[in-house]
Design a protein around this ligand. Sequence first.
Ligand code: ATP
Ligand code: MG
Length: 147
Amino acid sequence: MSKKTIVVPVDGSEHAKKAVEFAVDWAKVHDGHIHLVHIPEPPAGDEVLVMGGASVTIYATREELEQIGQTIIDAATKMVKDLGLNDVDGSISIGNPARQIVKKAEDLKADMIVMGTRGLGDWKSLLVGSVSHKVMQMAPCTCVTVR
Ligand code: ATP
Ligand code: MG
């Protein structure tokens, strides 16, 4: 039987970290290959207060976002290797996070997507983040969310 391909989307959150840990465990048992994917999300116009009530809106350039994204992929790659799995690579995709995650799983003919139920968002009342929710609906393969 051929190697199993596991797509693991990482946004830099603790939740995604737990997803990586689960994916590595699973990969070790089922001879899996892990592909990490990150989609830079532009800060939705983060307002920063300047002085005297004035504020400016901060936007990161595409290059800066991709640089941050690469750092996230690098950190996750190191984590996978530290956990004892060497068969790992990663990529950055540009666009809507959920759509890009699903597209990556399709392109790689992935056997499984492993992601966090929540991410960097701080919408505490939500049980499942919007990206997880959409990927679970659109996934072409088994989708595991780790809590
Ligand atoms: P929301 O974004 O809706 O405010 P949230 O941030 O708490 O909610 P999600 O964004 O759905 O939750 O994150 C759930 C999981 O989806 C994360 O743990 C991570 O595995 C994956 N994920 C989310 N955003 C990205 C992204 N931009 N790139 C890669 N993976 C992501
Ligand atoms: Mg999010």
